[in-house]
Design a protein. Structure first.
Length: 220
């Protein structure tokens, strides 16, 4: 991509404003009037707005901005209004929300994750469904980087590997004690926290593929 080209999507999949050239099939910043490549007049596309931004879910969680997008939905930064606390909210994709099996999988994730209370596992604060069918999962907001990014292009020192590995074992032991197997454990689902610096404290994310080993007689 050249410095003149314009990325029309962010991490959440939301479309930004762009100027498009149908001749060379390239996009540019919205203020550009003519294509730098062939001089053609550019076609302007307006930005799309995520309808969840600014919305208050169930009168308690105000959605502020998207943080990332996954296979099942989008994660947003939000404010828990009752205590003025920043949280992360995972919202299942609207198309998947209409899929009963996908919705059940989402609810299973929330139910299983809410059982876990361990320092190295991301805390689930709440989950539910709005009156118009939006399924959501509220978690603590983490500040850090994934282990995948942390180890990209470099080898971690043995001291760091032992510290991270020990916490990871503690997190999985707590999950197994509840009859839960993660089944999608990978560096991208482990976050190394920014605070405190130099301590390599971690949080394990996304039990969306977890499976309870305890017999479940519920209909969810």
């Amino acid at each position: 991509m050249t410095h003149d080209e314009h990325d029309s999507h962010d991490a959440s999949g939301e479309q930004h404003a762009e100027a498009y050239c149908s001749s060379c099939n390239q996009s540019f910043a919205p203020e550009v009037e003519r294509c730098p490549n062939d001089g053609a007049r550019l076609i302007k596309f307006a930005a799309s707005r995520d309808p969840l931004i600014g919305r208050v879910l169930d009168g308690r969680f105000e959605v502020r901005e998207p943080l990332g997008r996954g296979g099942m939905g989008t994660v947003y930064r939000a404010i828990q209004l009752s205590v003025d606390r920043e949280v992360a909210i995972k919202v299942v994709h609207p198309k998947l929300a209409d899929d009963r099996q996908a919705a059940k999988r989402f609810l299973r994730e929330a139910r299983l994750a809410s059982r876990l209370n361990q320092p190295s596992v991301v805390q689930v604060i709440d989950f539910g469904q709005t009156d118009d069918g939006v399924l959501y999962l509220v978690m603590e907001l983490l500040r850090g980087r994934t282990l995948a990014k942390e180890q990209a292009g470099q080898r971690l020192a043995l001291k760091r590997v032992l510290a991270i590995g020990g916490q990871l074992c503690d997190a999985l032991e707590a999950a197994h004690a509840q009859g839960i197997v993660h089944r999608d454990l990978k560096p991208g689902n482990i976050v190394v926290l920014d605070d405190p610096p130099g301590r390599d404290l971690i949080k394990v994310l996304d039990f969306g593929l977890a499976k309870s080993l305890i017999a479940d007689t519920s209909q969810v």
